[in-house]
Design a protein around this ligand. Structure first.
Ligand SMILES: C[S@@+](CC[C@H](N)C(=O)[O-])C[C@H]1O[C@@H](n2cnc3c(N)ncnc32)[C@H](O)[C@@H]1O
Length: 203
């Protein structure tokens, strides 16, 4: 069987089935569009030997776009909690270094692989489903991983901004990072979304 492209019908089926089985960890109804993935991946350095970490790759819609930007010698780790998504990624993107695990263990995951930092952390985690302490734990790990020189992107759905939790999350990002840029809305995504680009964690 030929591998399914990350935005193809089999990927959509795998994503939907995971979303139905585990709504509390997926937090979305469809994989990110290529356009949204490009904005998320825009922080991936095109030269050198960068370490790039993806948190919550799902069916790999963003992973494939990241892979397309990586220079030779780069390292791309994709940390995924859902074992079915891990199997799916191993099958469909065999070159991707999939790490079965929790984003909250990012520091340990890097250390175990002899890495002490990440140049870019790209995140597809369902923040709205996380309690405040889990958000804080993951953001703490991300901040330590990128240090003063790396960058971090994550996305939010436009419609969610009507909810206090989404506005609180934006405030949390601003409290945690010195620079938080908000991208233009990506209308070609289901549902429309935008990207936060964060740098320089506050001490
Ligand atoms: C909304 S989906 C995003 C998938 C993909 N990045 C995209 O944009 O199409 C969220 C993904 O995060 C994973 N996830 C949820 N909590 C996680 C955690 N604590 N650590 C790692 N992955 C997690 C889910 O299993 C799911 O695959």
């Amino acid at each position: 069987m030929s591998p399914d492209p990350p935005s193809g019908p089999r990927a959509l089926g795998a994503f939907l089935s995971a979303a139905l089985r585990r709504p509390s960890t997926m937090g979305a109804v469809a994989p990110s569009s290529r356009r949204l993935a490009s904005v998320l991946a825009s922080i991936v350095p095109r030269d050198g030997a960068p370490v790039v970490v993806e948190l919550g790759p799902g069916t790999g819609a963003v992973s494939a776009v990241i892979a397309g930007r990586l220079p030779t010698g780069a390292r791309h780790l994709a940390v995924e909690l859902d074992p079915d998504m891990v199997s799916y990624l191993n099958r469909t993107l065999p070159a991707l270094e999939v790490v079965p695990g929790d984003a909250r263990d990012l520091g340990r995951i890097l250390t175990e692989r002899g890495l002490d930092r990440a140049d870019a952390v790209i995140c597809g985690l369902p923040w709205a489903l996380f309690p405040d302490e889990v958000q804080a734990d993951v953001l703490g790990e991300v901040a330590r991983a990128i240090g003063d020189t790396g960058a971090f992107t994550t996305f939010a759905y436009l419609q969610g901004m009507a909810l206090p939790a989404a506005r609180r999350f934006r405030a949390t990002l601003r409290a945690r990072f010195d620079e938080v840029l908000v991208s233009a809305t990506v209308w070609r995504n289901v549902p429309p979304a935008f990207v936060y680009v964060c740098r320089r964690p506050r001490r």
